[in-house]
Write a protein that binds this ligand. Structure first.
Ligand code: AMP
Ligand code: TRP
Length: 327
């Protein structure tokens, strides 16, 4: 069975963009693939974190994975720092990837721009990400568009390592979502819905109660020209709502634009569809957060399964570069 790996940082509240842009693919992929899903807490240390909050968000993010339908019976769900092989293989990746390659990463340029001080790990972050992926002999990596450059670098690193030291790593491929690759903010529809930059009214959290979801959709910014058509550059707000309805309902954009003549009914149907999709997620999330012992047991099982695979790959890689095995 082909292998899938993906990860999300525990750095905020999970929102509709994460759900439609990432988690839904993760859940669907369980049907066909052997999936490893990881809360990448080491990646979060690339910027300042409050220790207590980091711990809390790590648990919340894991609960979020399970609540959207990641099935621990079929997939391996774990916390990155529980499997020390990630940090160790990252060193070998830093010794494979060139300084110049890391300097060209657009995410690093964006996140470091204008900062007086930037952590070294923010710069080497793609090497850790390559280690995450390569440790599991991953074939496919479902990610949003923003991560595509990091996957390219991972491929280059795997090919280079294999060429220099012999076949060691599987060369992975990125898988981008077909729909809703970019969910926009409901109040500022030219910006991506995001945990760090959006206003609460512009973001739908996975655990928002039904009234809040309906209200945010009702108040979503559109435009005043009144013509109902899909045109992301001229009508970003309305087009985002159409795209969202297509994504949650499975209806096509053409069918949606031809069945409504006013914004109000479209918003009402979108609100209903989102409430229906998110209600079970919210309920399951509540149950999981109420039982920390069960959650922690699931993460322990996941770490054990992940470590068994990771240890073998790391041993292979260390041996290949000439690190002396312990007697
Ligand atoms: P982040 O929350 O930025 O760490 O991203 C976690 C995952 O959710 C990544 O695969 C992102 O590509 C995806 N994601 C985050 N925000 C959005 C959005 N507004 N639209 C679509 N996908 C998103
Ligand atoms: N860098 C990714 C992000 O910020 C998270 C991530 C870390 C990841 N390791 C990964 C995603 C491995 C896919 C595969 O969203």
């Amino acid at each position: 069975m082909a292998r899938v790996f993906s990860g999300v940082q525990p750095s905020g509240t999970l929102h509709l963009g994460n759900y439609l842009g990432a988690f839904r693919q993760w859940v669907a992929m369980q049907e066909e693939f052997d999936c490893f899903y990881c809360v990448v807490d080491l990646h979060s240390l690339t910027v300042e974190q409050d220790p207590a909050e980091l711990r809390r968000k790590t648990i919340e993010t894991a609960a979020g994975f399970l609540a959207v339908g990641v099935d621990p019976g079929r997939s391996t769900l774990f916390v990155q720092s529980h499997v020390h092989e990630h940090a160790e293989l990252a060193w070998l990746m830093e010794s494979t990837i060139a300084f110049g390659e890391l300097s060209r990463m657009t995410q690093f340029k964006e996140k470091s721009a204008g900062k007086a001080s930037v952590r070294a790990s923010l710069f080497t972050y793609p090497a850790l990400m390559a280690a995450d992926i390569l440790l599991y002999d991953t074939d496919r990596v479902p990610v949003g568009d923003d991560q595509r450059q990091h996957i390219e670098l991972t491929r280059d690193a795997a090919i280079r390592f294999n060429g220099r030291y012999g076949e060691t790593f599987v060369v992975p491929e990125a898988v981008l979502p077909a729909h809703a690759a970019r969910v926009m903010d409901l109040q500022q529809p030219r910006n991506k819905m995001s945990k760090s930059e959006s206003s609460p009214q512009g973001t739908i959290d996975l655990v928002d109660p039904p009234e809040a979801i309906s209200q945010k959709v009702r108040r979503a910014v559109t435009d005043t020209d009144g013509s109902l058509r899909y045109d992301p550059s001229a009508k970003p707000g309305l087009s985002n709502l159409i795209e969202l309805l297509a994504s949650v309902s499975g209806r096509s954009i053409e069918e949606i634009t031809s069945s409504y003549s006013q914004y109000g009914p479209l918003k009402a149907d979108l609100a209903d569809a989102l409430v229906a999709a998110l209600a079970p997620v919210r309920e399951r999330y509540g149950q999981l957060m109420a039982d920390p012992a069960e959650l922690s047991a699931l993460l322990e099982q996941g770490a054990e399964k992940a470590a068994a695979v990771a240890a073998k790959t790391l041993a292979r890689a260390k041996d290949a570069v000439g690190l002396l095995p312990r007697a």
